[in-house]
Design a protein around this ligand. Structure first.
Ligand code: ASP
Length: 440
C-alpha cells in the first residue's frame, strides 16, 4: 500500500479533531472527557516539541555561526538576514494598517457589544494593565537589557527567554571562530552531533503529530465553546469583522507578498516552496507556537527545500525568535481596531508610531501561544490607547494566534530561501534536495 504522506496524515488529524469538537459541542457531550482524556495527548505532543526547542536553537546557532568560517561572512549573512527580517515586518505592519483603515472593523462593533466585552474580559485586561504599569516604570532601554541573560542556565530553562539563548549562542559561535581551530573543533563537533540527535528526535515526535494535532484541535474547540456555546459563538460573531480584517491581512502576506519576494529574489517556484513547507505550517496552526514548530521548519527547509544547514541553522532559529510578520500585522490591526471601537482617532503620527512599536513588540514576543497579545500592550501604550481595550479582542485571539503563527513560520522560511538563493545556493531553482543531490 502506498504510504500516506505526513502532511496528509496531519490534515486528517486536524479535520477529525474539528469534527470531534463540533460533535461534542453539538451533542452536548461531557466536556470533561475531552479535557481529561484527549487534551493530555495534545499537551504531550506540544511539550515534546518544546522540550527540544532550547537545545535546538543553542546547538544549531552555535554550529551555524561557527560554520560560517569567518567574521566577514557572518556579518554579511547576519546583516542581510536581519535587514530582510525587518523589511518584511514593516511590510506586514503596513498591510495591517491599510486593511484596518479601509475595512474599519472597530466602527462596525455595536456599542452594546463593546461594553459587554469590556465588562466580560476586564480581568484579562487587568493582567495586561499590570504589565503596562511595569512597562511604564521601565527604562526605554530595558528591551536591550533583557537580551543579555544574567544567568545563562536560567535562560535555557525558560522557552520564552529564547532571545537570551540566541544571544549567548551567537556570542559563543563568534568566539569559536576566533580561538585556535584545533581547540574549537571538539566543541563544534559536540554541538553538531547534538544537532543531529535533535533532528532525529523530531522524526520520532512527528510520528505522533497527527494524533497530537487531533487532540489539540478537539480540545481547543470544546474549550472555546465553554459552558455556554451559544454565548461564545455570539461573541465570536460580533468580532467577525475584526477577525476577517486580520485574516485578510495575513492572507495577503502569504498569497501576495511572499510570492512576490520569491519572484524578485529567487528562482524558486512559490508553489514548490509551499508544498515543502506544509507540515511546518500545519503544525504552526495547531500548536500556535513558532518555537515549538522550529524543529520541523528546519527539517523541512533542509530536507525538502534543499537549503544548506549552514544557512538554515543560522537564519531560522533567529527568525523564530525575532521575525514575526503575522504577529506584527495582527498587533497593528488590533491597536487600530481598539482605537476605532473606543471612538479614539489616530493621527498619521500615531500610525507611524504603530509601525515602530509593533516592529519592536513582535521582536520581543516569544514564539509561544498568546505572546503577541501580551506584547500588544507596548503598542497601545505608545499611542495612548487604554490597555483595558485588550478586553475587546480576547475572544477570537486563540484562533487568530493559530493563523498568525502560520505566517510567522512561513515568513521565516521565505527569508531563509532568499538568503540561501542570494548566497548562491539553489541556483537552478530546483528545491527538492533529492533532485539537487541526485547523482549525476
Ligand atoms: N504564537 C505566536 C508564535 O509563536 C506569537 C504570537 O503572536 O502570539 O509565533
Amino acid at each position: 500500500m502506498k504510504k500516506i504522506p505526513l502532511h496528509t496524515k496531519i490534515i486528517i488529524g486536524l479535520i477529525l479533531g474539528l469534527l470531534f469538537g463540533i460533535a461534542s459541542i453539538q451533542f452536548g457531550w461531557d466536556a470533561s472527557f475531552t479535557t481529561d482524556y484527549i487534551k493530555p495527548f495534545g499537551t504531550i505532543f506540544v511539550n515534546s516539541l518544546k522540550m527540544i526547542a532550547v537545545p535546538l536553537v543553542l546547538a544549531s546557532l552555535i554550529v551555524g555561526v561557527a560554520n560560517l568560517g569567518d567574521i566577514s561572512k557572518l556579518s554579511r549573512i547576519g546583516g542581510k538576514t536581519i535587514f530582510i527580517y525587518l523589511i518584511t515586518t514593516v511590510i506586514a505592519i503596513t498591510i495591517g494598517l491599510v486593511a484596518v483603515n479601509v475595512l474599519q472593523p472597530g466602527k462596525k462593533l455595536p456599542a452594546e457589544t463593546r461594553d459587554q466585552l469590556l465588562a466580560l474580559y476586564t480581568i484579562n485586561a487587568e493582567k495586561s494593565s499590570d504589565i503596562a504599569e511595569d512597562l511604564k516604570t521601565r527604562s526605554p532601554l530595558q528591551p536591550i537589557v533583557d537580551i543579555i541573560p544574567e544567568n545563562f542556565f536560567a535562560a535555557t530553562t525558560d522557552n520564552s527567554a529564547m532571545l537570551q539563548v540566541v544571544f549567548f549562542a551567537i556570542i559563543a559561535g563568534i568566539a569559536l571562530l576566533q580561538i585556535p581551530k584545533e581547540k574549537g573543533a571538539s566543541v563544534i563537533s559536540f554541538f553538531d552531533g547534538l544537532n543531529d540527535v535533535i533532528i532525529k528526535i523530531v522524526e520520532y515526535i512527528m510520528i505522533f503529530a497527527p494524533y497530537g494535532v487531533f487532540a489539540l484541535i478537539a480540545s481547543l474547540l470544546v474549550e472555546i465553546a465553554g459552558d455556554n456555546p451559544d454565548k461564545a459563538f455570539e461573541l465570536l460573531y460580533a468580532l467577525l469583522w475584526y477577525t476577517l480584517t486580520v485574516v485578510i491581512g495575513l492572507a495577503s502576506m502569504v498569497l501576495i507578498i511572499y510570492p512576490a519576494i520569491f519572484k524578485l529574489f529567487t528562482k524558486i517556484k512559490y508553489r514548490d516552496f509551499f508544498i515543502g513547507m506544509r507540515p511546518a505550517q500545519l503544525l504552526a496552526f495547531s500548536t500556535s507556537s513558532s518555537s515549538a514548530t522550529l524543529p520541523v521548519t528546519m527539517k523541512q527547509v533542509e530536507e525538502e527545500l534543499g537549503v544548506s544547514e549552514e544557512v538554515s541553522s543560522f537564519v531560522l532559529p533567529l527568525g523564530a525568535t525575532i521575525n514575526m510578520d503575522g504577529t506584527s500585522l495582527y498587533q497593528a490591526v488590533a491597536a487600530v481596531f481598539i482605537a476605532q471601537a473606543l471612538g479614539l482617532g489616530l493621527s498619521i503620527g500615531a500610525q507611524l508610531m504603530i509601525v515602530l512599536t509593533a516592529t519592536l513588540a513582535s521582536i520581543g514576543s516569544a514564539g509561544v501561544p498568546g505572546a503577541g497579545m501580551v506584547m500588544l500592550v507596548i503598542v497601545l501604550e505608545s499611542i495612548g490607547i487604554p490597555t483595558a481595550g485588550i478586553a475587546l479582542i480576547v475572544a477570537p485571539d486563540r484562533i487568530l494566534d493559530m493563523c498568525r503563527t502560520v505566517v510567522n513560520v512561513t515568513g521565516d522560511a521565505t527569508v531563509t530561501m532568499v538568503v540561501a538563493s542570494t548566497e548562491g545556493e539553489l541556483p537552478d531553482g530546483l528545491i527538492r534536495k533529492t533532485i539537487v543531490t541526485a547523482p549525476a
